[in-house]
Ligand binder design. Structure first.
Ligand code: ZN
Length: 431
């Protein structure tokens, strides 16, 4: 099985679970992730805990929910599709008229065949979601509406997986685990993060990697409220993963200030490993990059997506299903991030050790005969050396050479081995 297939299998496994910002669905999802990442730690933050300007809400769980007609035919069932009720609905069990029922139903009129995803976390209400087509065909009569849910003091759950590197500086990867059955948003982000964590966990890394799986917004805020000072000192680049499984374009939302290591590396890799991508404005933010870039937080975290949230028509509807994501789409995102991490690991300021061009021939780096057609093999060495002036790091040099910094990693290795370049000031870890 290739990585894309393995990621898709994780998406399939977690897709059916009813998730919300708290509750059993989040725990069940984290339990599945634990099978892949045995070192994953799960934390529970009690209801009522103050986290900056917010308070951890009561925990929501839903056993069953349905609407039945007078003949007890179920015309809507939460078991069939967990988008069928407003997420965080309070319990209800009563008979209503058709007119009353219609007041409780949310549809997406511009996409009449789809069920919309609707939430109401902080206003106590209940409601149902169905396609506009189904709503328009409802017959006169009375309907029995049942939502067997509970809102009780409990906790907010999140997962954290830290892979210690040679140094304390960290690469931070965040993704959210609060959406029910939608594949791109965000089973894809969870599954890609798991496979990246698995990969990094098996290798020796210079940097520490911190993966977190949190409910969007309240989870990110909760996490920051507990780790902010440490993260501000140690996080050198971060990526929020959202909607990374479709086969369409690539995109990212930059950090608020722009130009951080995260922005620079993803720009270089997307430029040279895709046939085109969209660099959004920070004004287009929408996921947890909002929290990571908030004034006073100021972490260098951008948001990586394929088709961005809000943009693709399947977004927040029942059409964001297992056919909308693909193993190729997931694998593509995995590869982009894997390459970003590899570049960051080698991203130092390099300086050449000779005055004028070095003699590559005596180091067996130059073709035996100098004839046109043989020069290309040494061009990257020469070009790299031409910019190795101590002011350019690996990403800068990639940009100067109009090539992926990832593809220059082997060039760096050879030049370091031959002592033709050194890391400026002789110390690793300049960023
Ligand atoms: Zn969403």
């Amino acid at each position: 099985m290739d990585v894309g297939e393995e990621i898709y299998e994780i998406v399939k496994k977690i897709f059916p679970i009813n998730r919300s910002i708290t509750g059993g669905g989040v725990r069940e999802t984290l339990q599945i992730l634990h099978e892949y990442l045995p070192e994953l730690k799960v934390y529970e933050v009690p209801t009522g805990t103050r986290v900056f300007d917010w308070t951890v809400p009561q925990e929501w769980n839903c056993e069953e929910a349905y609407i039945e007609d007078e003949e007890h035919n179920r015309i809507l069932d939460f078991q069939t599709n967990n988008l069928s009720i407003v997420n965080y609905s309070i319990p209800i069990d009563k008979w209503v008229t058709l007119a009353e029922l219609k007041e409780l139903i949310y549809t997406q009129p511009d996409q009449p065949e789809l069920i919309p995803y609707v939430t109401s976390y902080y206003n106590r209400r209940y409601g149902f979601c169905m396609s506009e087509n189904q709503k328009s065909e409802l017959k006169e009569g009375n309907y029995h509406i049942v939502i067997n849910s509970s809102l009780k003091d409990g906790s907010l759950s999140y997962g954290e997986y830290v892979i210690k590197g040679e140094c304390k500086e960290e690469i931070f990867i965040s993704t959210y685990i609060c959406h029910p059955s939608m594949a791109n948003d965000n089973c894809s982000g969870i599954a890609v993060a798991v496979k990246l964590a698995e990969l990094l966990g098996k290798q020796q890394n210079r940097y520490t990697y911190r993966f977190i799986f949190v409910p969007e917004t309240i989870g990110a805020i909760t996490y920051l409220s507990r780790h902010l000072e440490y993260m501000q000192k140690h996080v050198i680049a971060g990526f929020n993963l959202s909607c990374v499984g479709d086969n369409l374009s690539y995109s990212y939302v930059p950090t608020r200030k722009g130009g951080t290591l995260a922005d620079r590396v993803i720009d270089n890799i997307l430029t040279y490993h895709t046939s085109g991508y969209t660099r959004y404005s920070y004004l287009d933010r929408g996921s947890d990059e909002r929290q990571y870039n908030a004034p006073g937080i100021d972490l260098p975290v951008c948001c990586f997506c394929r088709s961005k949230f809000h943009v693709f028509p399947e977004y927040h509807t029942s059409a964001d299903n297992l056919t909308f994501v693909s193993k190729e789409g997931l694998q593509g995102s995995f590869d982009i991030l894997r390459m970003c991490f590899a570049v960051i690991e080698m991203n130092d300021l390099y300086v050449c050790t000779t005055l004028c061009e070095p003699q590559l021939g005596k180091r067996n780096l130059y073709p035996k005969v100098g004839q046109k057609g043989t020069y290309q093999s040494i061009k990257w060495y020469q070009d790299f050396l031409a910019y190795a002036d101590g002011d350019n790091d690996l990403i800068d040099i990639g940009n100067h050479l109009r090539v992926s910094a990832y593809l220059l990693i082997d060039v760096v290795r050879v030049l370091l081995e031959n002592k033709l370049i050194k890391v400026k000031d002789g110390k690793k870890g300049s960023f």
